[in-house]
Write a protein that binds this ligand. Structure first.
Ligand SMILES: [Zn+2]
Length: 94
């Protein structure tokens, strides 16, 4: 168990949240010009790094709002959380 900070509600137990994969995925401007391979990459393939990862989370048993977190996938340490629409923050994990 670990603690996650919702940008609206503050620190809460992990059990109140659900993870929804990589953050900052941009929908293609014009999907009709993509090849099947490019569309497949957009729909199905995500980064899976060991270390810093930006993820979408939902406070599903709280305010139900979406937000992003910067998390270390190796240690599960959460560096920070921020509201959707905000730029990807610089995170120094050294
Ligand atoms: Zn919340």
């Amino acid at each position: 168990m670990f603690i996650i900070e919702c940008p609206w509600c503050g620190k809460r137990d992990q059990s109140e949240f659900s993870a929804h994969g990589e953050a900052h995925i941009q929908r293609p401007q014009d999907p009709s010009v993509l090849t099947d391979e490019q569309w497949g990459d957009y729909v199905f393939f995500r980064d899976n790094p060991k270390g810093l990862h930006f993820e979408r989370w939902n406070h599903s048993h709280g305010c139900r709002r979406w937000f992003n977190i910067a998390r270390n996938t190796a240690s599960s340490e959460i560096y920070l959380s921020y509201k959707p629409g905000e730029k990807r923050p610089q995170v120094d994990i050294t």
